[in-house]
Design a protein around this ligand. Structure first.
Ligand code: FE2
Length: 286
């Protein structure tokens, strides 16, 4: 048996750890381009087995996701796309989400919404990975109580029973709600990550009971902007300048921003977390 920080092998030399990459909100064309141009190489280099991204800002205006956008993300190596408050901002999404099980919408949307809020997916090595998409209640569109929704799913999907690994995207505006959700799942999920605020937080870590956590993954978009939107126009809007127009995505090079987690196959819990920042305005980390 060989042991290292990153991976360990059983007697047959089969790798026993699972590497799951999670990336924050893909923002407009720059975000999609960064992902399609950089992800395939990153998957190979880091031996990543499963990729989850939040895609609710993937469409050209920076809100919503079209069928083509989703297909492009899957083609580049993404396994599951989560969303949030902007999930229905492109008209076609409500139609194709029913037939595209790899695209999730928040579980706690108002009852009767199309699509699924969670699913159990199969990785390359046939491991079952449950992905759960939730949305916060504070300063967000009206939705069902997110903590009650989380408890309901937790009673149905248990680590090492229904799924080998469990990953939660908590799409929300405020840090306290996201951190509380991390604690609710601590020891019961592999990863809990936050999305929606488009700024990567530096609190990525393994929590007390073994769940990898980061309050916000940050966006995959141009950071020389105001959370992805053109900075001059956004400033005009804040200054109530009448020449301002509708928000539109900033066109500079996007940063791929997320968290890479190495999880233990025996427990389904995290063994290592690595912050990922590639390209664009930041000093790179990967
Ligand atoms: Fe959002």
């Amino acid at each position: 048996i060989r042991c290292s920080n990153a991976v360990y092998f059983n007697r047959e030399g089969i790798e026993k750890n699972m590497k799951i990459l999670t990336l924050g909100d893909i923002f407009g064309e720059p975000g999609r381009t960064a992902l399609t141009s950089k992800l395939p190489e990153l998957i190979k280099k880091k031996e990543i087995e499963f990729v989850i991204v939040n895609g609710e800002n993937a469409a050209d205006p920076g809100v919503g996701i079209t069928k083509k956008n989703a297909e492009d993300l899957f083609e580049a190596g993404v396994n599951v796309v989560t969303t949030g408050n902007h999930v229905w901002d492109q008209k076609e999404t409500a139609d194709f989400i029913s037939s595209e099980k790899r695209l999730l919408r928040p579980e706690n949307l108002i009852k009767g919404s199309p699509g699924n809020g969670y699913g159990i997916f199969t990785s390359k090595r046939n491991k079952k990975i449950a992905v759960i998409n939730l949305m916060g209640n504070v300063f967000m569109k009206k939705s069902e109580n997110v903590f009650e929704a989380a408890n309901k799913i937790m009673s149905k999907i248990k680590l090492k029973k229904e799924a080998d690994y469990i990953v939660v995207d908590m799409h929300g505006e405020i840090t306290s709600e996201k951190m509380a959700m991390g604690h609710l799942f601590d020891g019961k999920a592999t990863i809990v990550f936050g999305t929606h605020t488009h700024v990567p937080t530096s609190d990525f870590r393994i929590m007390q009971n073994g769940t990898a956590y980061q309050t916000d993954l940050g966006m995959c978009g141009d950071y020389n902007s105001v959370i992805g939107m053109d900075k001059e126009n956004s400033l005009k809007k804040f200054l109530k300048d009448p020449t301002s127009i509708k928000h539109f995505p900033s066109k500079g090079e996007a940063t791929l921003s997320g968290l890479l987690v190495t999880a233990d196959e025996e427990t389904g819990l995290a063994r290592k977390v690595e912050s990922i920042l590639i390209g664009g305005a930041f000093e790179e980390r990967y």
